[in-house]
Ligand binder design. Structure first.
Ligand code: ADP
Ligand code: MG
Length: 246
């Protein structure tokens, strides 16, 4: 089943064609990497898919529905979750409070303003933290977490919306090699157990080739390759985009 389809989606900033008529489809259950040099348009494409940016042209379909131009919250409700290149957790709150707040933000039910946060979604928040291996860290301030654990918390926050598609923008940026693998093992396990479809951007080639079962390559706003990792790696256009210009 096709979960995501973009049809000639485009976004420019002044004269820069950040995303230039990108058409792609992602099937349910895929675990794919979106790669490309800095400035290729990866983060902009994610923002178009997740609804943080409005496209200048083209369409985004999710689960067969046209969601082009709708508000980010509607994208989230339909099942698109994302993590960001920069930290999204609230540093001043505890890890558990971050998880509770994320669950509360996604709950469709009316939120009772008189009910203290400490009781809201407490059980579900603990379960969420357990899924990412943070069950023992719930009472710590988010600001005290090791960097690798901040990334786990961000994953938990994204999972709070029970997404069907998870977009992860450079999930392992700034991590040591061993931590990168541990995080991607976790994402792989969570995806398998929840039937989650994952599209992630990544610069580390050991992560890309170790985890992605499909590679999409962008360069200067365009999708220049799409296919099995080993086939894509051998393409002259990919070699040129990666090794020719930097
Ligand atoms: P990537 O994530 O692949 O590094 P981006 O999507 O961040 O690439 O950026 C693609 C291009 O669009 C770059 O040239 C970048 O400078 C430009 N760009 C991205 N966001 C903005 C913005 N908000 N305003 C102006 N230019 C932007
Ligand atoms: Mg980026």
């Amino acid at each position: 089943m096709t979960l995501l389809r973009t049809d000639r989606i485009a976004k420019h900033f002044g004269g820069v064609h950040a995303v230039d008529q990108v058409s792609l489809t992602v099937e349910a259950g895929e675990f794919a990497a979106l790669i490309g040099p800095n400035g290729a348009g990866k983060s902009t494409l994610f923002a178009l898919i997740a609804g943080q940016l409005r496209a200048d042209a083209g369409r985004v379909e999710f689960a067969g529905e046209d969601i082009t131009g709708s508000e980010p919250v509607r994208h989230a409700r339909r099942g698109i979750g994302r993590t960001f290149q920069t930290a999204a957790a609230f540093a001043s709150m505890t890890v558990l409070q971050n998880a509770q707040l994320a669950l509360a933000a996604h709950a469709r039910r009316h939120v009772d303003p008189w009910r203290p946060l400490s009781r809201m979604h407490a059980e579900a928040a603990r379960a969420l933290l357990a899924r990412v291996g943070l069950e023992a860290q719930g009472q710590r301030a988010a600001t005290d977490l090791a960097y690798a654990d901040v990334k786990r918390l961000e994953l938990a926050i994204a999972l709070a919306g029970a997404p069907r598609l998870l977009l992860m923008d450079e999930p392992t940026a700034g991590m040591a090699a061993g931590e990168r693998m541990a995080l991607m093992d976790l994402v792989t396990a969570v995806a398998a157990e929840s039937g989650l479809t994952v599209l992630f951007t990544e610069h580390s080639m050991d992560v890309v080739f170790g985890y992605a079962r499909r590679l999409l390559v962008m360069s200067r706003g365009e999708l220049i390759a799409d296919g099995a990792p080993d086939e894509v790696r051998a393409l002259p256009a990919v070699q040129a985009a990666y090794f020719g210009e930097q």
